[in-house]
Design a protein around this ligand. Structure first.
Ligand SMILES: [Zn+2]
Length: 262
């Protein structure tokens, strides 16, 4: 089926509650528009990994002056490297190792560095922006880089369905295969069909944790999306739940909604 859509896009955002079903929709965009997925999860893994590989064992408090990080040139001197990704990795690690949220200004720096590395275009942003200040930063950045955000795809799903889907999810600790107690169950004695190992529930998949992620989406991400809309970025809402979940249906449900924007 031919869609009445531009051949080339600059960048697209995919958003939705955690567990809404973003990944299959991201894959549609990647395939149809020849884009690359840029996930915040990967960004954090990359920079934290850069710093971990750097093998610095001393206390990170020496980079913090009580209110903020010391200037980058002083950090570089203490670390003995000017590699920006190691310095960024240290800043993220400083918060992660204390079990704190990485503040937006650091997340923004990590995002910027990775986005630039990818050439500032052809990206499907996944997990970013998640807050109002990230949205503001992103729009300034795309303007500075003379690129654009074409639209947002918002994958909608109800809290009840998300809770049903995620609390019944089980994973094989051996091969990472994902099961669902109702839709795709493991063996009768709760084992992976491939490995014969007992499947487990991820610690993130408990109802309390899911509810707090859902609340965070309402409190922080919805204002971020409202801001983008006010600034003229169109939003296509696509259903996260389909009666018949087939690749064709997923694709059609995404492309139809995007087409309405043009
Ligand atoms: Zn397995």
């Amino acid at each position: 089926m031919a869609w009445n859509l531009p051949d080339e896009l600059s960048n697209v955002i995919v958003t939705g509650k955690s567990g809404a079903g973003k990944q299959p929709r991201i894959e549609v965009l990647v395939d149809e528009f020849d884009l690359e997925q840029l996930s915040t999860g990967n960004i954090f893994r990359k920079y934290l990994g850069k710093f971990d590989n750097f093998d610095y064992d001393d206390n990170l408090d020496e980079f913090w002056d009580g209110e903020d990080f010391i200037p980058d040139n002083e950090i570089a001197e203490k670390l003995g490297t000017e590699d920006e990704s190691v310095i960024l990795g240290m800043k993220a690690k400083y918060f992660v190792e204390q079990g704190l949220f990485v503040p937006d200004r650091i997340t923004n720096q990590l995002f910027k560095s990775y986005f630039e590395e990818r050439g500032c275009s052809g990206q499907v942003l996944d997990g970013y922006p998640r807050t109002l200040s990230q949205s503001k930063f992103l729009l300034e950045l795309v303007e500075e880089k003379d690129t654009a955000i074409d639209f947002v795809v918002w994958v909608e799903n109800s809290d009840d369905l998300i809770i049903e889907r995620t609390t019944k999810r089980r994973i094989c600790p051996e091969c990472d295969k994902v099961y669902h107690l109702k839709y795709d169950p493991p063996t009768e004695d709760n084992k992976c069909k491939e490995c014969d190992v007992e499947v487990i529930q991820r610690s993130d998949d408990t109802e309390g944790k899911i509810r707090s992620r859902l609340q965070e989406f309402k409190d922080k991400t919805i204002p971020a999306l409202k801001y983008l809309k006010e600034k003229g970025i169109p939003i296509a809402k696509v259903p996260g739940h389909l009666e018949e979940f087939t690749p064709e249906n997923v694709k059609r449900s995404v492309m139809e909604e995007i087409e309405k924007l043009y």
